[in-house]
Design a protein around this ligand. Structure first.
Ligand code: F6R
Length: 603
C-alpha cells in the first residue's frame, strides 16, 4: 500500500516532479520514500526511512535528470527500514510498486534455487528479481512483462526502468490503480490524478493486465501482445493548496473547515427546496433495501446513515465492513442498492466491493470525496462530497460530509415517499441553512474541550457509550481518539456495557456518554448512572433541549439543538476537538499517526 510516481521528459527536472508527486501521494503511506533516476546515463537510487521530508533533505536538486520513478511506502512485507524501501533494483531492472504480490514466497524460493540472493524482506524485490530473470532470458521487455503477468498473483501498479533502455519508462497494472498522464514532450505515471495535476490534467487509466511503454513524446499501451487505444480523459478540477493556513495542524484546520464543507456539500441539492433534492439525486424508491459498504470512519458514517434512512425513510439498511463483504455469502440482488462510501475513493476493499455488487446485478452508488478516483470511476452513480483535500490522516471534515450526504439521502427518500409533512420539511430546510452557524458556535468553544482534555489525557483507557445514532457517533469518537492519541478506547452501545465490559470501569475511568435522543435519554442515563456508581469519570455530551441536570456526570458539554436528522453533525464536533486536544497534550504526531496511512490501498 503505497504511492508511485514516474516522469520522463525534458521540460522539468525529474527530481522535482518526483518529489512534488510524492508529497501529494504521502497520504498512501509514510514509512519510507525513495527515488530512482537517470543521471549522466547511470541509474541512481536515493531512499530514506520515514517521511518524504527526510528523503528530500538528501537530494541534490542541482542534478539534472529526464527520467525517474518514486515511491512512498506503507510497509506490508518487511519492517519500515531503508533496505525494505523502494525503489528496488535487481540486475538491470529497477522498480517501484504499489500492491502485494501474493505468491512472492513461492517465486522467491524458485529464484533462490537459481542462485538469486535478496537484500530486503519485500515482495517487491522478488518481483524485481523475477522481471530481471525474464528479461535476461528474453532480452525483450514486452515479452518479459507478458510472462511476468502470467507468473505473478496479486495486486501491483509498477513503474519500471530497464538499464538497457534508459530513454523509456515502463509501467504495468493489476488491481492497484495507475494513471498515465500526458504533457508536452513529457509524460507521467502516478497512483492517482492529483499527484500530477500541477503538471497536466490529461490522462488515461490502465486496466488490469495492461502495461505501457512511455517515451517523452510517445505512449504505447499493450494488452497481452496487442497495442490498444485508450480514451484520454481530462480532469476539470484544480489542485488545492495544501497549506495549514496558520493552523497548528491540518487536522485542526480541517475540523474548522466543517461549516463551509457542509454548505458546499448540501447546497447543490437544496437550493430550491426539496424539488432539487429529488431532481438531482437518483430515484431511491425503486430499491427495497440498501447495503452500505465502507471501511473505518466511512463505515461509521454509514451507521449514522443506516439509522437516519431507517428512521425517516422506512427503508431497511445494512452496513458491511468492506473487507468482510468481499468474502462472505451475500443476499443481494437488483432490488438492493449498494452504497460505497470513501473519502479517498482508493480503498482497496471498498473498490473490490463495487465489482462484487455489480456481479450480483446491484446498482452501485458512491459517496466519494476525491474526483475521478478509482471507486468513483467504477460506480454507476456518484454523489461527491465537497470536503476538498483532506491531508490529516484522521478524517474529520470528509466524515461529516459523508454524514451530511446520507442525511440528504434520508430526506430525499422520506420526501419522495411523502413520509414528512410540510412543516417538518420546512423545519429541516431551515435547520440545514442554520447548521453552519451552529457548527461554528461549537468550534468557537474549542477551549472548553481543551479544559476537559487536560483532565483525562493521562488515562490509558477511555470508554464511549450511547444508543442508536449516539452509539454510531461513539464508534467514530473512539476511533478518532485512539488513532491519534494511542489511548485504548472502546465504543459501546450503552445497554451492552453491563454484559462484561463494565468490569473494566475503575475509579476515574473516563466514560464519554452521548445522550441526544429524547425518546431514549432516560435509558442511556440509567446506564451512565451504572458506571458513575462504579467510579467512572463521566463526560456527558447532550443537547440544549434535553436540559439534563443532575449529579451523575463530572463534565457536561451541551451542543445546540437542531432537527434530529442533522444532530450528528453537531455532536461530532466536541468528539473531534476532544481527541485533538488530548493527542496534543500527549505530544503525538497528530497529522501523521504512527503505523497509519491516509488511504488503504491493500486488502
Ligand atoms: C480514520 C480514517 C479511516 C478511513 C478509512 C476509509 O480517521 O480516516 O478509518 O475512514 O480508511 O478510508 P476512505 O474513506 O478513503 O475509503
Amino acid at each position: 500500500m503505497c504511492g508511485i510516481i514516474g516522469y520522463i521528459g525534458k521540460k522539468y527536472n525529474a527530481l522535482n516532479v518526483l518529489i512534488k508527486g510524492l508529497e501529494r501521494l504521502e497520504y498512501r503511506g509514510y514509512d519510507s520514500a525513495g527515488i530512482a533516476f537517470i543521471e549522466n546515463n547511470n541509474l541512481k537510487i536515493i531512499k530514506e526511512k520515514g517521511k518524504i521530508s527526510n528523503l528530500k533533505s538528501n537530494i541534490d536538486f542541482s542534478v539534472k535528470s529526464n527520467l525517474g520513478i518514486g515511491h512512498t511506502r506503507w510497509a506490508t512485507h518487511g519492517v519500515a527500514n531503508k533496505e525494505n524501501s523502494h525503489p528496488h533494483r535487481v540486475g538491470k531492472i529497477t522498480i517501484v510498486h504499489n500492491g502485494i504480490i501474493e505468491n512472492y514466497d513461492e517465486i522467491k524460493k524458485e529464484l533462490i534455487k537459481d542462485g538469486v540472493s535478496f537484500k530486503s524482506e519485500t515482495d517487491t524485490e522478488v518481483a524485481c528479481a523475477l522481471l530481471n530473470k525474464l528479461y535476461s532470458e528474453t532480452k525483450d521487455i514486452n515479452k518479459s512483462l507478458n510472462l511476468f503477468k502470467q507468473k505473478v498473483k496479486g495486486a501491483y501498479a509498477m513503474g519500471i526502468i530497464c538499464d538497457d533502455d534508459i530513454n523509456t519508462l515502463y509501467a504495468i497494472k493489476n488491481k492497484s490503480p495507475l494513471v498515465v498522464a500526458f504533457g508536452e514532450d513529457e509524460n507521467f505515471i502516478a497512483s492517482d490524478v492529483p499527484a500530477i495535476l500541477e503538471f497536466t490534467n490529461k490522462y488515461i487509466t490502465l486496466d488490469d493486465g495492461e502495461f505501457v511503454k512511455i517515451k517523452s513524446n510517445n505512449v504505447i499501451c499493450f494488452k497481452d501482445d496487442k497495442i490498444i487505444n485508450k480514451k484520454i480523459r481530462t480532469f476539470d478540477g484544480t489542485t488545492e493548496s495544501i497549506e495549514k493556513n496558520g493552523y497548528e495542524h491540518f487536522m485542526l484546520k480541517e475540523i474548522f473547515e466543517q461549516p463551509e464543507v457542509f454548505k458546499k456539500t448540501v447546497s447543490e441539492y437544496i437550493e430550491n427546496g426539496t424539488e432539487s433534492l429529488i431532481n438531482k439525486m437518483p430515484d431511491f424508491t425503486k430499491y427495497s433495501s440498501i447495503k452500505i459498504v465502507a471501511c473505518g470512519s466511512a463505515m461509521h458514517a454509514g451507521y449514522i446513515g443506516k439509522s437516519l434512512i431507517e428512521e425517516f425513510a422506512d427503508v431497511p439498511v445494512d452496513v458491511e465492513i468492506a473487507s468482510e463483504f468481499r468474502y462472505k455469502k451475500l443476499f443481494i440482488d437488483k432490488n438492493t442498492l449498494i452504497i460505497l462510501i470513501s473519502q479517498s475513493g482508493e480503498t482497496a476493499d471498498t473498490l473490490a466491493a463495487v465489482e462484487i455488487a455489480k456481479k450480483n446485478n446491484c446498482d452501485t452508488l458512491g459517496i466519494i470525496n476525491v474526483k475521478e478516483s478509482s471507486i468513483a470511476r467504477n460506480c454507476d452513480i456518484v454523489l461527491y462530497t465537497k470536503a476538498g483535500s483532506e491531508i490529516a490522516v484522521a478524517t474529520t471534515k470528509a466524515y461529516s460530509a459523508q454524514v451530511a450526504m446520507l442525511s440528504l439521502i434520508a430526506l430525499n427518500i422520506a420526501n419522495s415517499k411523502k413520509l414528512l409533512n410540510k412543516n417538518e420539511i420546512k423545519e429541516i430546510l431551515t435547520e440545514i441553512k442554520n447548521l453552519p452557524i451552529k457548527i461554528q458556535s461549537l468550534l468557537d468553544r474549542k477551549d472548553e474541550f481543551k479544559d476537559i482534555a487536560k483532565k483525562i489525557y493521562k488515562n490509558n483507557d477511555v470508554f464511549f457509550i450511547g444508543r442508536n445514532v449516539d452509539y454510531s457517533l461513539c464508534m467514530e469518537g473512539s476511533l478518532k481518539l485512539k488513532e491519534i492519541s494511542y489511548i485504548n478506547s472502546q465504543a459501546y452501545a450503552a445497554g451492552e456495557l453491563k454484559h462484561g465490559t463494565i468490569s473494566l470501569i475503575e475509579d476515574g475511568t473516563p466514560v464519554i456518554s452521548i445522550v441526544t435522543n429524547e425518546n431514549i435519554a432516560d435509558k442511556t442515563i440509567s446506564n451512565i448512572k451504572e458506571v458513575k456508581s462504579r467510579g467512572a469519570n463521566v463526560i456527558l455530551i447532550t443537547t440544549e433541549k434535553l436540559n439534563v441536570n443532575s449529579d451523575f456526570y463530572d463534565e457536561k458539554v451541551v451542543v445546540p439543538n437542531t432537527h434530529s436528522l442533522l444532530q450528528p453533525l453537531l455532536t461530532i464536533i466536541p468528539l473531534q476537538l476532544l481527541s485533538y486536544e488530548i493527542a496534543k497534550l500527549r505530544d503525538c504526531n497528530i497529522d501523521k499517526p504512527k503505523n497509519l496511512a491516509k488511504s488503504v490501498t491493500v486488502e
